[in-house]
Design a protein around this ligand. Sequence first.
Ligand code: GTP
Length: 245
Amino acid sequence: MESKDSKTPKDEEKDNEKEKYQIEIIGEQYKEYDFSYKIIVIGNSGVGKSCLSLKSTKGVFEEEFISTIGFEFFSFFLKINNQVIKLQIWDTCGQEVYRSLISNFYRNSSVAILVYAINDRKSFEDIDVWNKQLKNNASPDCKVFLIGNKADLEDERKVNYDEGKKCKENNKFELFMETSAKTGLNAQKVFIDAAKILYEENLKYMSQEEQEAIKGNEQKVYKSISKNIELNNIGEESANNDGCC
Ligand code: GTP
């Protein structure tokens, strides 16, 4: 039997993390939610933005390449410590011709998922272009996740893992990971991590009493308190209001 003392500090950190966040992915049957965040998915055409969004939310992989026109909208619901979180995922078109149009969609995004494909050097080099778009159009506190997609295409790799990591560090992005919409590698993790980071950030702005209410699942108390808190980007945005093309 494993002794308690055999745990390394890293193991304990993991255990604490497990305790801290009880995460459950739930379906779209939840009409009500406690927190809602807007997430924008950007990057060159063909890097797999739609596939990644589709795989994470519906578990489906689309082989055929049908380029997005304007944007597509996905929802991802999960529970963190019994709080229902709704992620509004705005999957944008990567084609250059639409680039100026999608600048409208950056507004109120809490997280930007900036995607390149590990087998497409140009898509990695264009990270600077996308980052400039973000700086010009998104709020300064929008967190950027750098994602190297198509990690299953190891034989065709044109961008090393370490280059992605370095790019994240140089640009002070929040997070970097490689994914595969095809195999599912890290596909949901991207969105779960986004929810965790945003949820944690909201907790920072709550008083001890409010946090205790959440821990004890005293929803009534928490909900009445939460009315007085201005939460990050909580307003639901209708696709029609911001639709471009
Ligand atoms: P735009 O809508 O034009 O911006 O493209 P996109 O970035 O949304 O790309 P999309 O998701 O449509 O995928 C483009 C092509 O890449 C499709 O043929 C997908 O099947 C393929 N693809 C996407 N993700 C992966 C992946 O992780 N691995 C592999 N092998 N192929 C992928």
